[in-house]
Design a protein around this ligand. Structure first.
Ligand code: CTP
Ligand code: MN
Length: 610
């Protein structure tokens, strides 16, 4: 365990430009950055950038980027600790592996759990390969068509039937019961307090995170014993809504293809990879979540959903597909014939069979419409309205206006209704009442309260991108021109972009001090935020008068926030005026107040005759 302090010292001591230049001799200075042709992919024009101030590199061609450690990891195929040791030697810093108080207790706990889970995986794996009591498990896997290579590649294992074996082996290695329990490897019997292995007499599938650490396990019963699968509980390192099984193994392929097939289960993934479909991963029986969608963003633009052809599978396809579509993915759905899982299909009929199905995915919106037509059959106006009501919220959520318009047009055509009518219907859909976001205080002044964007995001609506870019710009400016004044201006801000908010929480004290080392906060950020921040810091921007620019940005941001709220209020008031919803004078008053403040005069008066 290398103390965080030491890691930071090493990072700060490395001259990134010099380090990169050793492998990339063509590195040339351009503006504040250095550029070259990317060493990680083939290209003719240089899109590989190094920013020495920030200590970061980024290739705008293939997308790789990160700090000095990441560079060494990629260049030399090292893991993170190895890259730290390598660079420490380079700059002459000795690493005392002892714990440092600087390592937060939580980070320390997670490290411990990773270590234990790795040990446990090795224990199960060795058992499966070598032990005589795993003969049935080996025969079972062979019957399911798994090759030895797959078993090794996915580090599959066997948990012995005694229910004590893992604990005993772990104790011998010095792991204590509390840690085993935290890692989800032990169960305590209520009452007697006796402890048992969580997994026993099961085939074990380790689950990896995207950094290649084992975070949990799934255990399958052999044959028809129930429950079929037992999984690790949620632990400090595992939450099932955040991981996709097989993603780590598929990453190199995914980076190139940017197309992923989402399956349901462990077996499906292992067998698909075995047959060369490495661009597959599984949700492990749960619905695809927003967190999964964010994770997928990093490795793909196109997603094919391949769930079971049953009702649950169809429901999962719809929910998952909606999240992906709203986020701008190209989504297709593949349905296999009844009662055939991808793994069975492959084992029985070979690679070409699945390939054939994957060649012709049904575009998600067509699939959605098909499902809705089954749910609301016939061409009666009521059916059309019902279908429109189910599908319009998704179309409304689409972030890309071109796609949104296209899908609206297609739906209108499919339902044989006029597009403007459908558009009007869509406009009426309320994502969330804007009034919840604006409160009237006693003096009659409106205040934009709470976090509108967070509320919007909850309702599935992403804030306008113009708003995002203002925040990005403000953040970037603060990193380039840190000062006390800048920090004060931005501390007063409710960031709507969660990434900016996270980063700001980390850098704010440094900005106030006038010195920011972005690379040193990187480690504390989730991987997707890191990947977002790196290219941002590579932006070439010059501010003649940073403080004045920032003040303007903040003012503009405030107005945008309020205008967005006002626009939503207006939609609701419009519905009151045309009688769709009852008139609410308090809301009219709130609207008028905000509108007056923003534009100078109210637009909506009292309804005549009331
Ligand atoms: N699952 C689970 N617990 C269960 C059943 C299923 O966690 N009791 C999860 C597993 O991740 C499983 C996935 O849901 O892989 C899909 O379930 P299912 O289709 O029933 O299993 P298969 O993956 O098809 O497993 P197998 O092929 O071994 O029967
Ligand atoms: Mn199956």
């Amino acid at each position: 365990m290398i103390p965080e302090e030491t890691i930071t010292r090493v990072r700060d001591s490395v001259d990134l430009v010099e380090l990169v230049r050793e492998s990339v001799p063509g590195l040339k200075k351009t503006g504040r950055n250095f550029q070259a042709r990317c060493p990680f992919h083939q290209e003719r024009t240089p899109s590989f950038n190094v920013n020495p101030e920030m200590g970061l590199f980024k290739c705008f061609g293939c997308g790789v980027g990160g700090d000095a450690f990441k560079f060494v990891m990629l260049m030399e195929g090292l893991n993170y600790p190895e890259s730290i040791r390598k660079l420490a030697t380079r700059v002459g810093i000795t690493i005392e592996e002892a714990q440092s108080p600087a390592v937060s207790a939580e980070a320390h706990e997670r490290q411990t759990l990773y270590g234990l889970l790795e040990d446990a995986a090795r224990f199960y794996h060795r058992h499966l390969l070598e032990s005589s009591d795993a003969a049935e498990a080996r025969a079972y896997l062979e019957k399911r068509g798994l090759s030895k290579e797959s078993i090794v590649r996915f580090c599959m294992g066997f948990a012995p039937a005694s229910g004590q074996a893992l604990r005993e082996a772990a104790s011998r290695k010095g792991w204590n019961l509390d840690v085993l329990e935290k890692a989800g490897l032990l169960r305590r019997k209520e009452g007697s307090g006796r402890v048992f292995d969580h997994f026993w007499n099961r085939i074990i599938f380790p689950i990896w995170d995207t950094q290649g650490r084992i975070v949990a396990f799934g255990g399958r019963a052999m044959g028809d014993a129930l429950p079929k699968y037992i999984n690790s509980p949620e632990t400090p390192v595992y939450s099932k809504s955040r991981h996709l099984y097989g993603l780590f193994q598929g990453m190199p392929t995914l980076r190139k293809m940017r197309h992923i097939v989402i399956l349901e289960g462990y077996m499906d993934v292992v067998v698909c990879h075995q047959f060369g479909f490495e661009w597959t991963a599984a949700t492990l029986g749960t619905a695809l979540t927003e967190e999964h969608v964010r994770l997928l963003r990093r490795y793909s633009d196109k997603v094919t959903l391949l769930f079971d052809p049953d009702a649950a599978g169809a429901a999962a396809s719809l929910r998952g597909g909606e999240l992906l579509m709203a986020d701008g993915f190209t989504v297709g759905v593949v349905t296999l014939p009844d009662d055939v899982d991808p793994d069975e299909l492959l084992v029985k009929e070979g690679k070409a069979s699945l390939e054939k199905y994957l060649e012709t995915p049904v575009p998600f919106m067509d699939y959605y419409l098909d499902q809705m037509r089954k749910k609301y059959p016939g061409t009666a106006p009521e059916s059309k309205l019902a279908i429109a009501k189910e599908m319009l919220p998704l179309i409304k959520k689409m972030r890309d206006p071109l796609l949104q318009d296209e899908h609206l047009g297609r739906l209108a055509q499919a339902l044989r209704v006029e597009k403007p009518v459908l558009a009007a219907q869509m406009k009426k859909i309320k994502t969330e009442s804007a009034f919840a976001k604006a409160t009237v205080d006693k003096s009659g002044n409106n205040e934009v309260a709470g976090k509108p964007a967070e509320a919007l995001a909850k309702a599935g609506v992403k804030p306008a991108s113009a708003l995002l870019s203002v925040e990005e710009e403000m953040l970037l400016l603060s990193l380039l021109h840190p000062s006390n004044v800048v920090a004060e201006l931005l501390d007063a801000l409710e960031w709507t972009d969660v990434r900016c908010r996270q980063i700001w929480a980390l850098v704010s004290p440094d900005v106030a001090q006038g010195t920011v080392q972005v690379s040193s906060v990187m480690g504390a950020l989730p991987e997707d935020v890191q990947e977002w921040l790196t290219p941002l810091t590579m932006q070439q921007r010059y501010y003649a008068n940073p403080q004045a620019t920032l003040e303007e940005l903040v003012t503009g941001w405030n107005r945008q926030q309020e205008s967005a709220v006002l626009k939503e209020m207006k939609a609701e008031i419009d519905s009151m005026i045309d009688g769709t919803i009852p008139m609410d004078q308090t809301k009219v008053q709130a609207y008028n107040d905000l509108s007056r403040r923003l534009k100078g005069s109210p637009i909506i008066g009292r309804r005549p005759g009331r």
